[in-house]
Design a protein around this ligand. Sequence first.
Ligand code: IMP
Ligand code: MG
Length: 203
Amino acid sequence: MPNPIDIRGRALLDVDQLRVPPSYQDDLEGILLTRGEIDSRVERLAEQLDAEYADAEGGLYPVCVLKGAMRFYGDLLQQLSIPFREGVVSASRYGLGGAEPDGDATIEFLRPEAIAGRDVLFVEDIVDEGRTLAQLREVVEAYDPRSVSAISLLDKRDNRVADVELEHIGFVIPDEFVVGYGLDYEEEYRGLNHLGVLDEAVL
Ligand code: IMP
Ligand code: MG
């Protein structure tokens, strides 16, 4: 069923081949995914979820993993035909900015009592080492979900450390630091519409 698009070998597009805000251009090595490709893939992922959760007995409970997943979450849920309720969790391994994760994530569900009996679907922007998702999957069990699964727009699997399950994947990407479509570096670049690779010099 999961049939992700593997773009690890793909050449980057130049920033001047697409509309990229001038303030971002110098900081990007190039564009890895255009917004159009992201949108098309999100439509297909929503179709897959519609099929998979058509008879979800507990009721689908997609949980947005803040903050990077906000755009993906909003776009994905807008495309769903099946009923759902919405959950939110903050999970951050990055302290006050920086691209070097410093250990365990701090995890906080907005309304943990709403999880009991529901079919939880964690919605992630990107799974990198996999530690954040592994921790989320472990912590959520204490709140008695009926089932737990996860979807991520991006999968940086070459950098995986934790052996964690990921049931739905948009794109498998190379081990580069990416920004845009909600993903940030030190809270910047979330507003870039496409998905870009950050220049090493910025990191
Ligand atoms: P993991 O525990 O290494 O899988 O961490 C995943 C989290 O780290 C994601 O939810 C992002 O918030 C962040 N992250 C990992 N790689 C990137 C990246 O390339 N760009 C932006 N954020 C990233
Ligand atoms: Mg995240």
